[in-house]
Design a protein around this ligand. Structure first.
Ligand SMILES: [Zn+2]
Length: 79
């Protein structure tokens, strides 16, 4: 997963605000978490490109102040 995926999803209105159900318009503070805290037997598990990423999603629609800092932004992606 990369920033490009988020960028395209937003451009194509494929990310949906859970609060107002309108497409999310903005994101901010994208960062790839290279310093992940995986331990234990699953520590060799890696996501595809460069580890998990974290981003602030911002609805940006009028009369909606929803935003969320999340590493599970894929959950907001629509098919
Ligand atoms: Zn919203």
């Amino acid at each position: 997963m990369s920033q490009d995926v988020i960028k395209k999803a937003i451009a194509n209105q494929k990310m949906r605000c859970p609060k107002c159900k309108n497409p999310i318009k903005k994101y901010d503070n994208y960062v790839v978490m290279t310093d992940t805290a995986y331990d234990g037997p699953d520590s060799s598990l890696q996501l595809d490109s460069g580890g998990p990423s974290k981003v602030t999603l911002i609805c940006g629609n009028e009369s909606c102040s929803w935003k969320e800092r999340t590493e599970y932004w894929e959950n907001y992606l629509e098919e």
